[in-house]
Design a protein around this ligand. Structure first.
Ligand code: UDX
Length: 447
């Protein structure tokens, strides 16, 4: 089927590529000419396992094109995806200007019936706004072209986006139009083998489903971080508690990992935006407010533990920081906990030597040149002359360091494990102080 995808960010590029992979004819449109040029040369602007190979193969096979020419891309497309960004504006609401700009562009050029699909995470009611924007442009030029709007939220995780897209848990389709749903079912048929993954509902329910999913996951994390803070105070180990509760299938093992807080382009933004939507409709979503507040506090946890270890004075201390991305397998540092940690350490007069397997360019772009930051090419380099080591992102490469070597390198003889990936006994046996998240011993060490 001929399909056009607006926006070549994470969601748009992955969606377009996966649709091409199963045989559809896909054109990706972006207003950024340099990005489009790069993609045509096979340069994928994001780090996403498996994506580059897939882009190259499908581009080479002529099924996946990239352009800045919206009009030509709209012509003859049966399905038009809107997958542009919805960044938070000043008050935490999702900024719809890019989504609506695409809708108007579609309205200006649409000449044959098509299904317009909202893939971006958008507030409840956006499908109506998109419909109105397209209809407005069609009316302005006196065109009478039939179109439908479908809400089809994306649930892909960064770092696993290709797999999530090729093998979705569910495909949510929000529309009251039976023909539009039929078109979408044909488009997604290759992803819907073996068992039925398609869930059909109205537009608003589909829009809320996306926010509810992300808010639920963020709530699980903040809940566990709250438990960790209690565990730390009462001398319990949250890792034991995690095992103890995860075995209950009603709770489950996923997304109950305590740590230095959640980050990324979705959870912080979506929890805020949903709270804002609720408020606009006269309801104060108290759980969402607490989820956000606990997460904010958690992002400062590592610096707080470091302050405790060094008697409240971090001036002149050198911290090796392992991991800058908001989670492993991505170079994305949006809302990353590392940023709160670095800001705290710098504010306290410390220096940072940081390494991340993928996010070094991103870190250089964000922080620029500064005297209190050294970006290191290897984890070992980050340790040179350091007083302590802080792990913020649990890349596999950081899971099994040589603690004896660390003990002889780190002047302050302390490690801070922001994701509870190390074994405290093993660390302590090497003669280092271990600080984790919610592991009772932090009380003893700090007392
Ligand atoms: C998330 C959702 O998982 C995805 O379905 C949605 O489409 C977009 O938002 P993503 O932002 O890529 O995906 O990251 P995710 O893997 O969910 O992790 C989010 C954050 O939560 C990370 O900072 C991670 O470190 C943190 N996290 C995750 C925890 O702190 N504990 C956990 O148990 C799980």
């Amino acid at each position: 089927m001929r399909t056009t995808v607006f926006g070549t960010g994470y969601v748009g590029l992955v969606t377009g590529t996966c649709l091409a992979e199963v045989g559809h004819q896909v054109t990706c449109v972006d207003i950024d000419a340099a990005k489009v040029e790069g993609l045509r040369r096979g340069e994928v602007p994001i780090f996403e396992p498996g994506l580059e190979e897939m882009v190259l193969a499908n581009h080479g096979a002529g099924r996946l094109g990239f352009t800045t020419e919206a009009a030509a891309a709209i012509e003859g497309a049966e399905v038009l995806f809107i997958a542009v960004g919805t960044p938070p504006d000043e008050d935490g609401s999702a900024d719809l200007q890019y989504v609506l700009a695409v809708a108007r562009t579609i309205g200006r050029h649409l000449s044959a019936p098509a299904v317009v699909v909202n893939k971006s995470t958008v507030p409840v009611g956006t499908a109506d706004k998109v419909r109105a924007a397209i209809a407005g442009e069609l009316a302005a030029r006196g065109a009478d072209v039939a179109f439908e709007v479908v809400s089809n939220p994306e649930f892909l995780k960064e770092g696993a986006a290709v797999n999530d897209c090729m093998r979705p848990d569910r495909i949510v389709l929000g529309s009251r139009s039976a023909p539009a749903i039929e078109t979408m079912k044909r488009l997604y048929a290759p992803f819907n083998r073996n068992h039925e993954r398609i869930v059909v509902m109205d537009e608003r329910s589909a829009e809320l489903t996306k926010y509810a999913a992300n808010a639920m996951l963020a709530t699980k994390i903040s809940f566990m971080n709250e438990m960790a803070n209690i565990a730390e105070r009462v001398g319990a180990d949250i890792e034991m508690v995690r095992h103890g509760i995860g075995s209950d299938p009603r709770i489950g093992y996923q997304f109950i990992y305590p740590g230095a807080g959640y980050g990324g382009s979705c959870f912080p933004k979506d929890v805020q935006a949903l709270g804002r939507t609720a408020r606009l409709h006269g309801y104060e979503a108290r759980i969402l407010g607490a989820v956000e507040a606990v997460n904010e506090q958690q992002k400062h946890k590592l610096a707080e533990l470091a302050g405790r270890h060094f008697g409240g004075d971090l001036r002149g201390k050198v911290f090796a920081v392992w991991g800058l991305a908001f989670k492993p397998n991505t170079d994305d540092m949006r809302e990353a906990s590392s940023r709160a940690l670095l800001a705290d350490l710098w504010a306290a007069g410390a220096t940072v030597r940081a390494h991340d397997p993928e996010a070094m360019h991103e870190a250089a772009r964000i922080f620029g040149e500064r005297a209190d930051l050294v970006l290191c090419d290897t984890p070992a380099q980050a340790l040179e002359g350091a007083d302590a080591l802080v792990l913020v992102t649990e890349w596999k490469a950081f899971w099994n360091p040589d603690f004896d070597a660390l003990a002889s390198t780190l002047r302050g003889r302390a490690v801070f494990d922001g994701r509870n990936v190390w074994n405290p006994e093993q660390v302590e046996a090497a003669g280092l102080a271990y600080y984790g998240i919610g592991r009772g011993r932090s009380v003893e060490a700090g007392a």
